[in-house]
Write a protein that binds this ligand. Structure first.
Ligand SMILES: Nc1ncnc2c1ncn2[C@@H]1O[C@H](COP(=O)(O)OP(=O)(O)O)[C@@H](O)[C@H]1O
Ligand SMILES: [Mg+2]
Length: 243
């Protein structure tokens, strides 16, 4: 067995009275697509918010490629190669696609006096290729994100994550509010991640979607993992009965 890319050990999280994670332990292997399912309130988002640096655990540990990590914010996690795409992703609707691809990581060019200024040409050119790489048919990198459909916005978020070579891509309910066609596209992205050497964590409450694009299914209920099986060793029926 190879060493897991991410190891989570005995993770606990309390929100005032609510014990949202009750000692969750999980190994995630490089290049697998892991489907995380469970009812509303099961603790899925809490678990991935800790992995992505949005929240902090109250107890337990995380290792990334064998090294202990403790992220204080999403930037820490991104710098270590963990990108998260949320249902309502962190795009600035009034800005262009090119600016959104590079948000927080704008390339600089240096002026005569050594002052860094944003390299708009590089942002445009690189965002064109980033978007082409994820097979997104957008008219122009200058299009305003607020004018895109939900699926196109997810596409931009995915293009951004791929461009910055994330090792792990977490998608938290990325297909909510998407059309059937857009959902298909996101499922296709998840399925293609391993060919690009990216580990995927796909959160959904739609079991059909998980069975379409994941290698392994982990089910959570009331803050605990209640099932962990390879897709070929289980069925939608079995998972439905557990939840
Ligand atoms: N910021 C928060 N403040 C208080 N309670 C929260 C917060 N986030 C989640 N919870 C509670 O923690 C539990 C797990 O929630 P969550 O991780 O969002 O589950 P899921 O993503 O599986 O729907 C739920 O009982 C939820 O109400
Ligand atoms: Mg959630």
């Amino acid at each position: 067995m190879p060493e897991p890319i991410i190891q989570v050990g005995d993770l606990h999280k309390w929100y005032s009275g609510v014990h949202a994670l009750k000692g969750v332990s999980l190994d995630i292997y490089a290049n697998e697509a892991l489907g995380l399912i469970g009812d509303n309130g099961a603790g899925k988002s809490t678990l991935i918010n800790i992995l992505s640096g949005t929240q902090r655990q109250d107890d337990g540990w995380i290792r990334l490629e064998g090294q202990p990590v403790d992220f204080s914010n999403p930037r820490d996690a991104m710098e270590r190669g963990i990108e998260t795409i949320y249902q309502y992703n962190s795009m600035v609707p009034t800005m262009t696609i090119a600016r959104n691809v590079f948000i927080g990581r704008e390339p600089l060019k240096f002026s005569l006096f050594g002052i860094g200024v944003m390299d708009h040409k590089k942002m445009r050119d690189d965002s064109v290729s980033a978007i082409a790489d994820v097979d997104l048919h957008l008219r122009s990198p200058d299009a305003i994100v607020g004018e895109l459909s939900g699926g196109q916005r997810q596409g931009v978020a995915i293009a951004r994550a791929m461009h910055f070579k994330s090792k792990v891509m977490i998608l938290d309910e990325p297909t909510n509010h998407l059309s059937v066609k857009e959902t298909k596209k996101v499922i296709g992205f998840v399925r293609g991640l391993k060919d690009q050497g990216v580990t995927g964590i796909f959160i959904s409450h739609n079991m059909h979607q998980v069975f379409e694009c994941c290698d392994r299914v982990v089910a959570m209920a009331r803050g605990e993992i209640v099932m962990d099986k390879r897709i070929e060793e289980t069925s939608i029926e079995e998972v439905s009965e557990i939840l």
